[in-house]
Design a protein around this ligand. Structure first.
Ligand SMILES: Cc1ncc(COP(=O)(O)O)c(C=O)c1O
Length: 412
């Protein structure tokens, strides 16, 4: 298992690896923060923890740091600065967006949601639709593969469709969806899209401008950064949605979907992970701007993840003791098979399998991971749940060998 990623160098940027080498396999729940993130938070709390945007030096610096985070993220994601905003979490951000649509849609509207989503991306939209009397249509996964068929979406879209909500990648099935194609189909029907990028962004920051999704959300705490949700709102969608913030802030696009007061320290520190990516890009011989660094490192990360993923998929796919969920091969037409690997033990209880893996030094867990509808769609009882192992680019071949040995021990 060799890859073009210099893992020793990569790991120097993560304090979690300073004194130990944990076999951490719950990255889909939240990643380790990089050193740049930790340092930025410490600096903010020790040097500039004051109300930002006033004239005195500490306050002006605090405000500049917050603005810089927003600017840098926009550059990284291929969108305009005012199209980026930060909220407490993706669940909270989706809730606000759903409410905004609810003030605009009525009984004639149709919304399409999937059963491949984490509940955060459709629960609030489903409730909103019920409240306003709109029709909810569910784009369902294939019950054996867990994948979404684009042809099935075409059958659901009509000239009354106003909104399509879907994941860039499911946190159970692990397969990237073709966001650009789905968005194009929704736009052709006259609908807006909300794309949940939470399970995809840790595996490579996307060019959201190019993907075209009107609203694209992800959680920074899964992207080596702070505990905030980042939202991109583009293509003029904000002009169509009623302001959700204070009335006197309506003219600021980045305040229209953020009714909560901003978390100054976390927003100021949110951009530090981009310094990590730039540094790592340079350490791998790269030159170019931030967007180039993000795209290039995304490819390197994904290549590395794929090399590590293949033996695990192979092991689980041939094991009679489990049902592997999601694609068993990394070669998929819609993009990256992310290393978020869920499986359903045939005879043993998922809770017991997870506990045995933990006892063998594998940091993992079991449950529904708030993807109850995905499990139901795969004919798995949410009360039983599944076991999930997930990793990212800083995971090492040694971690994978440890995982495979533990799986062999527990599953036989
Ligand atoms: C795929 C996916 N979407 C949305 C969310 C919700 O994100 P947050 O915890 O920021 O609300 C999660 C959280 O685990 C997730 O995995």
């Amino acid at each position: 298992m060799t890859t073009a990623l210099d893992l020793d160098l990569v790991r120097t940027h993560f304090p979690a690896f300073d004194n130990a080498a944990p076999a951490f396999f719950e990255n889909a729940g939240g990643s380790f923060p990089c050193r740049q993130t930790v340092d930025a938070l410490t600096r903010y709390y020790t040097e500039t923890k004051v109300q930002p945007y006033a004239a005195y030096a500490e306050s002006a610096t605090a405000g500049e740091l917050m603005d810089a985070s927003q600017r840098r993220w926009a550059e990284a994601l291929g969108v305009a600065t005012a199209e980026v905003s930060f909220g407490p979490s993706t669940s909270q951000n989706t809730y606000v967006i759903a409410d905004a649509f609810g003030q605009k849609l009525g009984p004639a509207a149709e919304v399409v949601v999937t059963n491949q989503d984490h509940e955060a991306n459709t629960g609030a939209v489903r409730r909103m639709a019920e409240r306003v009397g709109a029709t909810v249509k569910e784009w369902r996964i294939d019950p054996s593969t867990g994948l979404l068929d684009p042809a099935a979406l075409d059958d659901l879209l009509t000239d009354r469709t106003r909104l399509v909500c879907f994941p860039h990648c499911s946190n159970i099935v692990g397969q990237e969806n073709d966001v650009a194609a789905i968005t194009e189909a929704a736009h052709a029907a006259g609908a807006r899209v909300i794309c949940d990028g939470v399970s995809f962004a840790p595996h490579g920051l996307p060019d959201i401008g190019a993907l075209g999704a009107d609203l694209y959300l992800f959680s920074l705490y899964k992207v080596y950064s702070v505990h905030q949700g980042l939202m991109v709102a583009q293509n003029g969608v904000l002009d169509e949605l009623p302001n959700q913030g204070h009335y006197f802030n309506a003219e600021y696009p980045d305040k229209r979907l953020t009714p909560a007061g901003p978390d100054h320290a976390q927003i100021a520190s949110a951009g530090a992970v981009l310094d990590y990516i730039e540094t790592s890009f340079a350490e791998h011989g790269g030159t170019g701007d931030l967007a180039t660094a993000c795209r290039t490192m995304a490819t390197r990360w994904q290549d590395h993840e794929t090399v590590l993923l293949e033996p695990v998929l192979e092991f689980l796919a041939q094991s009679p003791s489990v049902r592997l969920l999601g694609p068993a091969s990394t070669d998929q037409p819609t993009g990256h098979r992310c290393p978020t690997v869920a499986f359903s033990p045939v005879e043993q209880e998922p809770e017991s399998v997870a506990q045995q893996l933990v006892d063998l030094g594998i940091m993992t867990s079991h449950g529904t991971f708030y993807a109850d509808r995905v499990l139901q769609g795969l004919d798995i009882d949410p009360a039983r749940g599944v076991v999930r192992v997930s990793w990212v680019h800083y995971t090492s071949p040694a971690d994978i060998e440890k995982l495979l040995a533990a799986l062999d021990d527990v599953l036989g």
